[in-house]
Design a protein around this ligand. Structure first.
Ligand code: TYD
Length: 200
C-alpha cells in the first residue's frame, strides 16, 4: 500500500461512492487517519460551485465547466487535501482531476493535456498517486445511478466517450491505475478493491 492520495474513478453509476467509503473504513479499522472527500465539492466554496455545475438550468460552456471543476478542486486541495497529506493522513477521493481529464478533456473534446494544465495550475502539486478505475458498461452505469445531474442526463454517448478516455489513460499509465471490473455485485467489487489497495 504505497499510495497516499487515492482517486476513485469511473463513469456515472460505477459504484465509486460505496467503494470509496469501504476503503476509508478499512483503513480506519487499522487505526489509520483517513480523509474521505468527494468532487466536485467537499468545501463550502466547492459545494457552491457544485450546485452551479450539476443542478443549474443556466447554460454552462465547456471551458466554463472545466474551469469550475478545476476551481472546486483547487479549493479542496488548498483547504483539505494538501494539509491532510502534509499531516501524514491518507486521502481517499470520490472523483478527482482524472474525472476532468476524462469528461472535459476526452469526452467534451477540450483535450486531455490542456485540461491537465489548467488543473496543474490550481493544484500546486497535490495530485493523486494512485487511481482505482471502476469499469462498468456505461448503459448499466446510467441505469444504476440514483440521481441524475446536468452531465449524466446527456446520456450514453457522452458516457461512452468518458469510458474510452479512462481506458486510454489507464493503458498509458499502468503503474498509477488499478482497473477493477465493476459490473459484478458490489461486495465482489469492494473485495477486489480492498485486496488491491489496502492488502490483507
Ligand atoms: P458525481 O457526483 O460523482 O456523480 P456520480 O455519483 O453520478 O458519479 O459527479 C457528478 C457529475 O460530474 C458526473 O456526471 C461526473 C461529472 N464530473 C465531470 O464532468 N468532471 C469532473 O471533474 C468531476 C469531478 C465530475
Amino acid at each position: 500500500m504505497t499510495w497516499r492520495y487515492l482517486a476513485i474513478e469511473g463513469v456515472d453509476g460505477a459504484g465509486k461512492t460505496t467503494v470509496a467509503a469501504a476503503i476509508a473504513a478499512a483503513l480506519e479499522g487499522r487505526g489509520e487517519a483517513v480523509l474521505l472527500v468527494r468532487e466536485p465539492g467537499g468545501t463550502p466554496t466547492g459545494e457552491a460551485i457544485r450546485r452551479i455545475l450539476l443542478h443549474s438550468d443556466d447554460s454552462v460552456a465547456a471551458w466554463t465547466e472545466a474551469m469550475l471543476f478545476a476551481a472546486s478542486r483547487a479549493q479542496l486541495a488548498a483547504e483539505l487535501v494538501g494539509p491532510a497529506l502534509e499531516a501524514g493522513m491518507r486521502v481517499v477521493s470520490d472523483r478527482t482531476v482524472y474525472s476532468s481529464l476524462a469528461y472535459q478533456g476526452g469526452a467534451r473534446g477540450l483535450g486531455i493535456d490542456r485540461v491537465r494544465e489548467v488543473n496543474e495550475a490550481g493544484l500546486q502539486g497535490v495530485w493523486p498517486d494512485r487511481v482505482l478505475l471502476l469499469v462498468v458498461d456505461p448503459a448499466s452505469g446510467l441505469e444504476r445511478e440514483d440521481a441524475a445531474d446536468r452531465i449524466s442526463v446527456e446520456g450514453i454517448a457522452l458516457q461512452a466517450r468518458v469510458a474510452a478516455a479512462y481506458d486510454d489513460m489507464a493503458r498509458q499509465d499502468p503503474e498509477r491505475f488499478e482497473v477493477v471490473d465493476a459490473s459484478r455485485p458490489i461486495d465482489l467489487v469492494v473485495a477486489d478493491a480492498l485486496a488491491a489497495l489496502v492488502g490483507p
